[in-house]
Design a protein around this ligand. Structure first.
Ligand code: 13P
Length: 249
């Protein structure tokens, strides 16, 4: 049985004042709920871990560098992320692939660094609207999966997030059948490459315009083990109902 995971990606949103939302979320989420994770901007990693110690909410970063240290102005290493108390790191988000030209090989190198620091990597993949229209979705997913995921992935060190780019921040979501098709495809690829046991243990999240009113339907899909949520994770009032829907699924 894969443990469900509700992950919030705050992107470049939130200052110290937003920590109160985390405290409120921690008040509503219990250990009996789905595993819950918030990935705030890097300056909030230390205070967020501090505030949430002893609660049911874990903290993660939104990126890390592949190298352990050095002359990389503005970057943070996986070891630095782990030092804050964070336990997860999002890698290869489409915004980083698009706006920072990250390649599959970059993402794979970062995943290796994350594992080395004891972090669980949430590796993001997903097709553009153009890919979807041209019926290239599964080819794109297969390529990203093969290139971004190093060997030695396990259910403990890796989570895959399927985020169709055209669904991110748009209010558009794929149909349930489209979500099922892609998640079943990813599962088959993982079991094909890593074997049945490991392939079955890696959790698959759906991301892209997940909201309190569409979450329950998305979570009915067998190979959807949770969600990676952007906008609706910023407020406890929006994220808590999504976590509760996942906990009931
Ligand atoms: P939205 O939930 O705001 O569409 O963002 C999804 C996302 O990119 C999470 O990583």
């Amino acid at each position: 049985m894969r443990r469900k995971l509700a992950a919030g990606n705050w992107k470049m949103n939130g200052t110290a004042a937003a920590l109160s939302e985390l405290v409120e979320l921690a008040r509503q989420v219990t250990p009996a709920d789905a595993e819950t994770l918030i990935c705030p901007p890097a300056p909030l990693l230390y205070p967020a871990c501090d505030k949430l110690r002893g609660t049911a909410i874990a903290i993660g970063a939104q990126d890390c560098h592949a190298q352990p240290a050095g002359a990389f102005t503005g970057d943070i290493s996986a070891g630095m992320v782990a030092d804050t108390g964070a336990t997860y790191v999002i890698l290869g988000h489409s915004e980083r692939r698009d706006l920072h030209a990250e390649t599959d090989a970059d993402v794979a190198a970062k995943a290796g660094a994350a594992w080395g620091a004891g972090l669980t990597a949430i590796i993001c993949i997903g097709e553009s609207g153009e890919d979807r229209t041209a019926d290239r979705t599964l080819d794109v997913i297969a390529g990203q999966l093969a290139g971004s995921l190093p060997d030695h992935a396990t259910g403990e060190n890796t989570v895959i997030a399927y985020e169709p780019i055209w669904a991110i921040g748009t209010g558009k979501t794929p149909t349930l059948d489209q979500i099922i098709e892609v998640h079943d495809f990813i599962r088959a690829r993982l079991t094909g490459r890593f074997g049945q046991q490991t392939g079955d243990a890696i959790r698959l999240l759906y991301g892209g315009s997940v909201k309190p009113d569409n979450a329950a339907e998305i979570f009915t899909a067998e190979n959807v083990d949770g969600a990676l949520v952007g906008g609706a994770s910023l407020k406890a009032a929006d994220f808590a109902p999504i976590i509760k829907a996942l906990s009931r699924a």
